[in-house]
Design a protein around this ligand. Sequence first.
Ligand code: PLP
Length: 414
Amino acid sequence: MKKLDQIRAAEDRLLLSTYDRNPILFVRGEGVYIIDEQGERYLDLLSGIGVNALGYGHPAIEEAIAKQSRALIHTSNLYYHEGQAELALLLTERTGLDRVFFANTGTEAWEGALKLARAHAGLLRSGGKQIGTKFLALEQSFHGRTYGSMSTTHKAKYREPFNPVVPGVEFVRFNDVADLRAKFSNEVCAILIEAIQGEGGVRPLTQEFLVEARALANSTGALLIADEIQCGMGRTGKWCAYQHYGVQPDVTTLAKPLAGGIPIGAVLCTEEAARAIHAGMHGTTFGGGPLACAVAIAVIDTIEKNNLLAHAAEVGSYFLAQLRALALRHSAIVDVRGKGLMVAAELDSADLAKLTVAEMLKQHILINCTSDTVLRFLPPYILERAHVDTAIAALDEILTNHAVAHTVGGQSRG
Ligand SMILES: Cc1ncc(COP(=O)(O)O)c(C=O)c1O
């Protein structure tokens, strides 16, 4: 029995069946390539769902892990270590926010942000202000799988099996300013956004919507909370996607690429919002441990030394331009969106999107499909134009073959 088959059989028996895995056993990686047990190389345009920002086997990450693991891996948050303040300074300088709480994952960071919003509203109420506890989240949002995150995530399939969800969440139609105005009141303690929705299909907010969200929050003291877990940390060519809009949130959350593959999350907030949190109100055993902090510092340092923000912006623009050119040749591509290396091509059918992901995999290129019809690319920031060309050629071939297979008597059906 092949090793992969043995592992599959064991997982089928032993794990909760939460994932529908592709039958590939990956054993190592190099740069933008991930390599299976047979030594087959795959061009990774998904980077572990937006995590492996520096690709695989990056020496800066390897050295940070090796050095820190020899010194100190874990202390708990009962004591000081060298990493948290250093990383917090790097993050506050880059996000324009003042204070940080370190967590371990995206969803844990988002839970912290939600708790901060409710605590902040409580503080305002204790000062005599009229402000409620309601969250306004957006349709097609995704914030994670724990209770608060799931309750502010729009798709019913993520929430309904686990009802009752956390109460006090209302969803606003995406980019609908009138709906936002209608649903906003002093009952709202926070407006929750992703400047570019990730799982929702790589959909950017309009300038008008984000400006209005900021103004409404200002009018009552509610917080504007930006989830940058997928679109942040340089992926779009700026440290935070909200920086493309010139709108500053009160709170933001980071995770995925922050430590290049070592789990970490962070909640960042203004001095004003931070007033709501005192010792003992919130915490975590592992969050901001020495190892994760050391690696995150190395990742930020590498992004800057290697000019990877500008590189992500440049290669990302090239990627978008190539996809737009492809869309001119394939009517199945109905939209091309994105910023930097957060890129999507929306197809006209969910079946075709699924088939395209499977065919790309056969050609040893990893992408995924989100929101049913959207091909999503979240490659490492070290991607080069030549890798984009490989992907575009593969997509061209797949879509051409599909169109030919669905042409009957010269009449295209797909
Ligand atoms: C925007 C956004 N927020 C939160 C999360 C949850 O992060 P994690 O899977 O690390 O809990 C994700 C994950 O995809 C995300 O894309």
